[in-house]
Design a protein around this ligand. Structure first.
Ligand code: CMP
Length: 136
C-alpha cells in the first residue's frame, strides 16, 4: 500500500531574510521530498491569524501572527511517503535549542519564534493548510 502524502511547508521570514531558501529546499530534496508547488508571498497579519487559528488561545499567538506576516515567506507543497511525519522529523523540535543534529531547525533556527520553518502537524491539518494557500 502506498503511503504517499502531501504536507505544507513554510520557509519563515527569518530564513528568507538570510537567503536560506535554496539551502532548505536542498535539505528537502536530499531527503526525498518533491516540491509540487511553491510560491513566495507576504501575507497580512489577518491572514496569519486565520492560518494559526488553532493557536488563538496561546499567549504567543499575537507575536506569532505578527512575525509570520513581517516579511516574505515561501509556501510549498511537499510530497513523499509519510510526508507529514517525515517533514516533522526533518524540521526537528519546535525550539531549535532542543532540535537534533541534522535537522533544519538545529542548523538554521534562531529561537522558538524564528525557527525557520513550519510544517503541518497531521494529515488532516496538511489538507487544510495546503488548501489555505493553494486552493484551486
Ligand atoms: P510552528 O511550527 O510554525 O507552529 C506554531 C509556532 O508558534 C511554532 O512553530 C513556534 O515558532 C511558535 N511558538 C512560539 N512560542 C511557542 C511555544 N511556547 N510553544 C510552541 N510554539 C511556539
Amino acid at each position: 500500500m502506498s503511503n504517499v502524502e502531501q504536507t505544507l511547508s513554510i520557509i519563515k521570514p527569518d530564513a528568507v531574510e538570510r537567503n536560506l531558501e535554496n539551502n532548505i529546499k536542498e535539505m528537502f530534496k536530499n531527503n526525498g521530498f518533491s516540491i509540487l508547488k511553491e510560491k513566495k508571498i507576504q501575507i497580512e497579519k489577518s491572514e496569519a491569524e486565520k492560518f494559526y487559528k488553532v493557536h488563538e488561545t496561546k499567549p504567543f499567538y499575537n507575536d506569532l501572527c505578527a512575525y509570520l506576516s513581517s516579511g516574505p515567506i515561501i509556501v510549498m507543497v511537499l510530497e513523499k511517503s509519510n510526508a507529514v511525519l517525515a517533514n516533522r522529523e526533518l524540521m526537528g523540535a519546535t525550539n531549535p535549542i532542543d532540535a537534533e543534529e541534522g535537522t533544519i531547525r538545529k542548523k538554521y533556527g534562531i529561537s522558538i519564534d524564528k525557527n525557520s520553518v513550519h510544517g503541518s502537524d497531521s494529515i488532516e491539518n496538511a489538507k487544510i493548510e495546503i488548501n489555505f494557500f493553494f486552493e484551486d
